[in-house]
Design a protein. Structure first.
Length: 424
């Protein structure tokens, strides 16, 4: 493969604090050099970035893939197409597929499916419990040995305190951690929207926001007991974030992520029974959205993940209470996160750290940084370039975006995987 020299870029590497104009040289799938005044090797392919931002490829900590079992919603190939268009080069796949990823062979299957795309590294999560059914602990040792990056039951909370205690202890023994969907199952059962005035007026069964905080409080106590590491996914309420902030101050192994809907939308988005905005957890009141923004700013939140949940039209063309929860999020992850930069809440390096360096550090990855010798997983984007989200016109198969009609700024114009251009 010929050397690639990207010139005239704004280089941003949150891992090192780099934010400066310059270029980057790729050789044999890795970063050979970067900075100002790079020489042009003989035969190199030159790409003029035109002043666009060159940053590490996004590491998406949480996404559901339809494959295996739900290929009518999404396949690895279609997800890879959407990911490349969104600047995502590494994706952590949830295990609640059919069959669930509770077997070493299935972990290897997903890793190979990612390799076959040529554009996306898939890091599968292993099921925390056998079959993601919340009854018995899965085989963590075998799953980790085969490549599982951590353990979770995906969209299902581990409801049993005894089982969660075991899971945290076992994961710690294998040098790994548990990702929890923080929602008390007994309080959330059959709910469709955040409990409150709006749900009542719409005649929808409610999920009390306390369902999130109660699960977070319980699992923090279990992390203290076991000295295990618990990571809370898609945190969406002020009360839960306050608990996590306190746990971190105490020095416990507690981390969390959130997803763009929870800092960009509030519960008004479900007005007129818009099922594309039916998510799990449900969209919250404005005060909670502002609390999520504040937690992004102060560092309480460790990563922003797409929380991609592909659904087909039949899943959503139902009365709101019966419709499936979940939103497509790969193609919009970067731009919706950049909205917090344009709004003055985050700096560009802060926003990119939440998508690259911080999830890389959490997962122990070599990617997520611009450094000599690091893999050349890169994205090039124009932060001011405007576009409008249109369901039906997004890359990939899944079109169930809660951001349908939203005007955004920030467009990926190039994605490279191991030095090979896979988008743009």
């Amino acid at each position: 493969m010929a050397d690639i020299l990207l010139t005239n870029a704004r280089l941003i590497d949150p891992a090192s604090g780099l934010d400066a104009p310059g270029g980057l040289l790729v050789r044999d799938g890795a970063i050979l050099d970067l900075g100002g005044n790079l020489g042009v090797p003989n035969g190199a392919t030159i790409v003029d970035a035109g002043g666009a931002v060159l940053a590490p490829g996004i590491i998406d900590m949480r996404a559901a893939l339809g494959e295996p079992g739900f290929e009518h919603r999404e396949t690895v190939a279609s997800a890879a197409q959407a990911a490349a268009a969104g600047g995502i080069t590494t994706l952590c796949a949830l295990p609640d597929t059919d069959p669930p990823i509770d077997d070493a062979a299935l972990v290897q299957f997903l890793i190979r499916r990612g390799e076959l795309t040529g554009s996306l590294t898939i890091l599968p999560y292993g099921a925390a419990t056998a079959g993601c059914e919340g009854r018995d602990i899965a085989e963590y040792g075998l799953l980790k040995e085969s490549g599982a990056i951590a353990f979770t039951d995906g969209r299902k909370a581990i409801g049993s305190a005894r089982l969660m205690r075991l899971a945290l202890s076992y994961a710690r023994a294998f040098g790994s951690f548990i990702i929890q969907h923080p929602e008390d199952p007994s309080l959330a059962a059959n709910g469709a929207a955040t409990e409150g005035e709006r749900a009542t007026r719409m005649g929808l069964p409610g999920i009390p926001p306390a369902a999130e905080a109660m699960m977070v409080a319980r699992d923090i106590a279990l992390a203290r007991l076991t000295r295990g590491h618990v990571h809370f996914a898609h945190v969406s309420t002020a009360a839960a974030l306050d608990l996590i902030r306190g746990a971190k101050a105490e020095g416990l192994a507690v981390t969390c992520d959130t997803a763009p809907p929870y800092f960009d939308l509030n519960e008004t988005a479900i007005g007129e029974y818009r099922t594309y905005a039916k998510l799990s957890p449900p969209l919250r009141i404005e005060a909670d959205r502002l609390a999520v923004v504040a937690a992004l700013k102060d560092g309480t939140i460790d990563a922003v993940a797409s929380d991609h949940q592909p659904r087909d039209a039949d899943d959503k063309r139902l009365p709101f209470a019966q419709a499936e929860a979940g939103g497509a999020g790969l193609a919009t992850l970067l731009a919706v996160t950049l909205a917090r930069v344009h709004g003055g809440d985050l700096t560009m390096p802060q926003a990119l750290a939440l998508l690259t360096a911080r999830p890389a550090a959490l997962l122990g990855l070599e990617t997520g940084r611009l450094a000599k010798g690091a893999p050349a997983d890169l994205m090039l984007f124009q932060p001011e370039r405007g576009w409008r989200v249109e369901a039906g016109k997004l890359p990939g198969k899944a079109q169930n975006t809660p951001f349908d009609g939203r005007a955004l700024e920030g467009r990926v114009i190039g994605t490279w995987k191991a030095g090979r251009r896979v988008f743009g």
